[in-house]
Design a protein around this ligand. Structure first.
Ligand SMILES: Cc1cc2nc3c(=O)[nH]c(=O)nc-3n(C[C@H](O)[C@H](O)[C@H](O)COP(=O)(O)OP(=O)(O)OC[C@H]3O[C@@H](n4cnc5c(N)ncnc54)[C@H](O)[C@@H]3O)c2cc1C
Length: 397
């Protein structure tokens, strides 16, 4: 089989790349996914928060563009399809140690056009009357925030691309990549595929495949547990998501009655051993549940009285040392035309619209003109030019 471009990995990243390639007219492309369908990997486990609050300016810029893509999904982004986006707003409970950096960050975000402000007690009571703010030194409100349905988003991108002529090959594992005079040959469990260019969007499974190319990625795969609770009657409906800086936690009211709780704790990830993405504890432990339940009861007293733990699960993050992605072409390793977009570090879902746009331009034109994405090169981990967050909370980046 032949195609112009092979995109390996059918998560939110690969599906968006396939769509944006097709939108540019590169329709002779194939999305190769080892699972039974798109979103078989970490995308399906994502809490899929879509926010604009970042501290690295280029990432904040990307997040703002992506927020608008999600908000307009089905119209300007993949017309006719859905991302299941729900607008909720975000409340950030700040602790005194972050007060100064949050203030400076809001200035940066305002310069980029983000909407974000400190709110007083009266306004807070209106936005979320059930939130106990006594452990926060102040609270920031960002109306431009919500969550999407991650599997729907990936399949919408893939279907949108297929409607323009691109192909999706499920249950197909790329086992190796070999140079040919015309480009590359991909060996798979379903035969050989010859292409001119390859994009690797293989997420937490990237290590072994890159190693076969002689590229050692600075990616650590870490487990990320999430607890799900049932909300009592008075806490039902669409409510703001809450970031809790003192506890490095997030609370995501989902649908009408659920509350997803997870951690943004860097130490937890730094100290945790790397895991095998095909063989790790996919549930949640008693200790983790107890900790999340305690945090939830502190921040929402009504949950302490009437909330009910439903279940928990764990996914994995493909973490890089600076918690930002690797967007590069492997020419320096002898593989021109092999691109990668991996190491998304636990916050890569919301950025998938821009990831698709960036990679489609790099493949089709050899350049992305809108802003400088060379800061995401793989080389930065050798030169030490890491991207620096203002906060020590890993996924807030
Ligand atoms: C519990 C949890 C909560 C999260 N919450 C958020 C959030 O609120 N907001 C946010 O922005 N991000 C969040 N993230 C992170 C986000 O979900 C991920 O960064 C993003 O979905 C990764 O997408 P991906 O396409 O790169 O990876 P994946 O979805 O894992 O896709 C990679 C795909 O490649 C396939 N593959 C790998 N190797 C091969 C091969 N050799 N051949 C063929 N196919 C292959 C895999 O099967 C997989 O489907 C969360 C992640 C988790 C786990």
């Amino acid at each position: 089989m032949r195609a112009k471009v092979a995109v390996v990995g059918g998560g939110s990243t690969g599906s968006s790349i396939l769509y944006h390639l097709a939108k540019r007219g590169v329709t002779d492309s194939v999305l190769i996914e080892k699972g039974p369908s798109v979103a078989s990997g970490q995308t399906s486990r994502s809490t899929a928060l879509v926010r604009t609050h970042y501290t690295v300016p280029v990432v904040a810029k990307m997040a703002i563009l992506c927020y608008h893509a999600f908000k307009n999904f089905g119209q300007t982004e993949v017309p006719g399809y859905s991302a299941g986006y729900v607008e909720t707003g975000l409340l950030i409970g700040v602790s005194s140690q972050y007060e100064q950096s949050v203030r400076q960050n809001l200035d940066m975000l305002h310069g980029l056009g983000a909407v974000s402000m400190f709110v007083d007690k009266n306004e807070l009571k209106r936005l979320e009357p059930l939130l106990d703010t006594s452990t926060f030194s102040s609270v920031v409100f960002e109306p431009n925030m919500g969550y999407a349905e991650p599997s729907t988003t990936a399949s919408s991108y893939a279907s949108g691309a297929q409607s323009m002529g691109a192909k999706v090959l499920p249950e197909t594992s790329v086992l190796g990549i070999r140079k040919t005079p015309e480009g590359y040959s991909l060996s798979t469990n379903n035969g050989e595929l010859r292409v001119s260019q390859v994009v690797l969007a293989t997420g937490a499974w990237s290590g072994p495949l890159f190693r076969k190319l002689g590229v050692e990625l600075p990616i650590k795969v870490v487990r990320h547990p999430v607890a799900i609770y049932d909300r009592p009657e008075e806490f039902r409906g669409v409510r703001p998501v809450v970031f809790d800086f003192p506890r490095s936690a997030y609370y995501k009211p989902e649908g009408q009655n659920l509350l997803f709780v997870g951690t943004m704790e860097q130490e937890l990830e730094a100290n945790s051993p790397p895991v095998d993405p095909d063989n790790y504890e996919q549930g949640i432990s008693f200790d983790e549940t107890e900790k999340f339940t305690g945090w939830t009861a502190t921040v929402y007293p009504t949950m302490g009285e009437k909330g009910r733990f439903v279940r928990g699960y764990s996914g994995v993050y493909d973490n890089t040392p600076d918690q930002q992605p690797i967007i590069d072409e492997l020419s320096a390793y002898g593989y021109p035309g092999v691109h990668c977009l991996v190491g998304l570090s636990g916050h890569g879902f919301k950025l998938c619209p821009e990831y698709g746009r960036i990679m489609a331009a790099l493949v089709a034109d050899g350049r992305f003109h809108d802003y400088d994405v060379s800061v995401f090169s793989l080389k930065r981990f050798e030169t030490g030019e890491l991207l620096k967050s203002r906060y020590a909370i890993s996924t807030v980046g």
